[in-house]
Design a protein around this ligand. Structure first.
Ligand code: HEC
Length: 478
């Protein structure tokens, strides 16, 4: 200690002495500092560190997939979400980790590519972590705070897929199966989905089961179920959200069932809507309800105050009497003076968009693609986008001039549902029953489907979101 003043030597000695004395308690102090104690940091991240980050790090992110943290893993790869919380079976990352098709469909190539595969224990550690919600260290389930969401029914999987609006990533599957746990036997077939005007709830029609289920839109948990009779297709909420109008798409029922949305009980049924009502529209004041009669080529107007009914035919004079129009969806024009009706068509007729003037009863036919299904307006209501199931396209119709101003090709296989967000993005579900344009494996599991996101500013598909079988109805909460 040469050169140090004696009082400094003393201070150093005291510090050393104190350090020795406090060793046990200091150790305790250290262990009190919050450590990465969550299951992810303790058990899952080390597996990725050992086997994956070599090729999936920020500097070398193969397929733009980064596996160095919970946050980056949850951002997925260039192909979208790699993890769906609670569903290891349908998490693409999990499908790359093993070859056991009883655990999940298997996606080649096996990861880590060209190395020894993970042990069964490592595979099951990742399985269990996803099954428990893919939680972060502080117990957070990915996207649990997400407000803006897109719901897409996966009709042949008894699930509703949920897309996070901000990132465009698939964030959840909601189980709407008979016994829970994705038992598809018998299929209940979620067909259509709608969000209440106050954004608190969403409703899904189980067309094979004859029920409508109500979900809390914040937590996506089941609130109540109601039995509404055979084949519930479309659902509309009254402007004050007190009533649901549900079409019974059945040639033996032929009615609209009215449900008290609070108690989830049937209040009333409409006079006959012959035959097979499907699409529904409601005037802004909530008084006039329009329904397509799919099997009789007419549109019905129901006055909800008097329950009187008017009908509008779809056939123009001179058109063949053998032709079936099969009207699917109906929407009111922005000024509520006209009806826009998608007609699926039949073997002799490709279908079209028919515009009925409610005053003059004039019918105009606009040639869109084949078998048009669902449609929606741009936020400024200047254009109408129509999903054409049998030509894999979306038609853009100028609402004022009533002409097709653009056709967006190769949207996916069999576009069905369509909804446009307030920022001008079109969400189109593709049934994908006769093909699939994604990269998920379809062996050893359910046939996959997609939804496309189109930007109305460019009319380009900007994203494809892979999901499960038969994507159909689409609804946006924002
Ligand atoms: C030696 C490099 C390498 C290692 C190590 C590796 N990967 Fe990969 N990973 C790749 C390559 C290359 C691809 C693209 C394969 C293809 O598309 O044919 C890929 C693709 C993937 C995909 C598919 C991404 C998509 O967009 O579909 C996932 C998921 C994945 N890896 C996860 C992992 C996991 C988990 C580990 C560790 C257990 C791992 N990888 C280890 C090279 C690697």
């Amino acid at each position: 200690m040469q050169g140090l003043p004696s009082h400094r030597v003393k201070v150093v000695k005291i510090i050393l002495f104190a350090a020795v004395l406090c060793l046990p308690s200091c150790k305790e102090e250290v262990s009190k500092v919050p450590e990465p104690v969550g299951e992810f940091e303790r058990n899952v991240q080390p597996i990725f560190n050992r086997h994956c980050v070599e090729c999936h790090s920020p500097r070398n992110a193969v397929r733009r997939l980064v596996l160095d943290s919970w946050e980056s893993l949850l951002m997925g790869s260039e192909n979208g979400a790699m993890i769906v919380p609670f569903y290891p079976k349908f998490s693409h990352l999990f499908q790359h980790l093993h070859t056991d098709t009883t655990l999940s469909p298997v996606a080649p190539p096996l990861m880590p590519i060209g190395r020894n595969p993970l042990s069964r224990e490592e595979v099951m550690t990742i399985y269990n972590w996803i099954q428990n919600g893919a939680r972060s260290r502080d117990g957070k389930v990915p996207f649990e705070d997400s407000y803006s969401k897109i719901y897409v029914t996966n009709q042949a999987a008894d699930l509703v897929a949920v897309i996070d609006k901000r990132t465009g990533l698939l964030m959840r599957y909601v189980d709407v199966s008979a016994q829970g746990g994705i038992s598809q036997n018998p299929l209940q077939s979620p067909h259509y989905v709608t969000v209440s005007n106050n954004k608190k709830y969403w409703y899904v029609s189980l067309i094979a089961k004859g029920e409508v289920w109500k979900f809390d839109a914040e937590t996506d948990t089941l609130v109540a179920k109601v039995s509404v009779g055979s084949s519930p297709a479309h659902i509309l909420c009254s402007p004050d959200d007190s009533t649901l109008y549900v079409s019974n798409f059945s040639a033996s029922v032929n009615r609209i069932t009215m449900v008290d949305a609070t108690t989830m009980t049937v209040k009333q049924t409409s006079p006959p809507i012959n035959t097979a009502p499907h699409g529904l529209a409601l005037s802004r004041n909530g008084r006039w309800l329009y329904a397509t009669a799919f099997e009789s080529d007419r549109i019905f107007e129901l006055d909800l105050e008097t329950f009187s009914v008017r009908q509008f035919p779809l056939r123009r004079s001179g058109e063949p009497s053998t032709r079936n129009y099969r009207p699917y969806q109906v929407m009111l024009s922005p000024d509520e003076k006209k009806l826009f009706v998608t007609c699926n068509g039949d073997a002799t007729f490709d279908g079209d968009l028919r515009i009925i003037d409610l005053e003059t009863l004039d019918i105009k036919a606009v040639q869109v693609g084949k078998y048009p299904i669902l449609m929606d307006y741009t936020p400024d209501k200047s254009r109408l986008y129509v999903a054409n199931r049998n030509s894999n396209s979306v038609s853009v119709v100028n609402v004022q001039s009533e002409v097709v101003v653009a056709t967006i090709e190769n949207v996916g296989v069999q576009p069905h549902g369509l909804a446009i967000s307030s920022d001008g993005l079109v969400y189109v579900s593709n049934e994908s029953l006769i093909g699939f344009v994604g990269h998920h494996p379809t062996d050893g599991g359910l046939r996959a489907g997609t939804s496309a996101i189109i930007d109305t500013r460019t009319n380009q598909v900007i994203k494809v979101v892979e999901m499960l079988s038969f994507p159909a109805g689409v609804a946006i909460r924002e």
